[in-house]
Design a protein around this ligand. Structure first.
Ligand code: ZN
Length: 245
């Protein structure tokens, strides 16, 4: 069910893998996408994850649009889709509320989870190539600081690695103009983008410590990869929650 799961004081966090769900091939099995797969299977996969990770928590989910908006989950929401989940259109999400699970998803895009356990502020974001360019990672950090976070740790989850993420030269230039560290070369010698290097550079600029839990989605059969599987790729998730003090 998880490629990584750990706790950090009162904060628990995890990144899922593709195992332990009920979706059938080619989405087998723990597909945590919105749609594109059997709706009952997707609902059951979300239920299985919730039940294992934090039974009883409301789960805040995002409709991710490759932007840099950051949703705040306060005592009142944002409420609530037909499945009873907290929901927002955004690529980052933060909360200072205990007992809420924040969820971000990806296939090759990176998922990043954040916490300042002392200040009681957690967050997550979805950052692919466009997200790195528009700065969703620093935007999420900034929103956490508005809520009182000071000493933030970030956990970088699975994503396509720089050796696998081939892009046209112009696209590489566009990313590297904003984050030079993201310039990379594929294992076959063509222009590439290293999303993880870009995110680590943005976190370093913000003074945020980064714990790198990344695994290459394209190279790992345990993970979903859009670049490998295209329309038959499911989604994995990053989840984080804070216990009541
Ligand atoms: Zn790779």
């Amino acid at each position: 069910m998880y490629s990584a799961r750990l706790s950090h004081g009162p904060v628990a966090l995890a990144f899922t893998d593709r195992h332990g769900g009920v979706s059938r091939a080619p989405f087998d099995s723990l597909n945590l996408a919105w749609a594109g797969d059997d709706a009952d299977a997707l609902a059951e996969n979300h239920r299985l994850l919730s039940e294992d990770f934090a039974p009883g928590d409301p789960v805040a989910v995002l409709s991710q649009v490759h932007g840099n908006d950051v949703a705040y989950v306060g005592p009142e929401g944002p409420r609530s889709d037909i499945h009873g989940r907290l929901h927002a259109v955004a690529d980052g999400v933060v909360t200072d509320q205990p007992g809420v699970t924040l969820m971000v998803r990806g296939a090759d895009c990176a998922m990043v989870l954040f916490a300042d356990a002392e200040a009681g502020v957690i967050g997550g974001c979805h950052a692919g190539r466009p997200g790195v360019v528009v700065g969703v990672v620093p935007a999420t950090v900034a929103r956490m600081r508005e809520l009182g976070a000071r000493d933030i740790t970030a956990w970088l989850g699975p994503h396509v690695c720089g050796r696998c993420y081939e892009v046209p030269r112009e696209m590489q230039d566009e990313v590297a103009a904003v984050v030079p560290a993201a310039r990379a070369t594929t294992s076959w010698g063509t222009p590439a983008v290293d999303i993880g290097a870009g995110i680590r550079s943005q976190l370093a600029d913000e003074g945020v410590a980064c714990v790198d839990l990344s695994v290459c989605t394209r190279e790992s059969p345990d993970l979903y990869s859009y670049r490998r599987d295209r329309l038959t790729s499911g989604r994995q998730a990053g989840v984080i929650r804070m216990a009541s003090a």
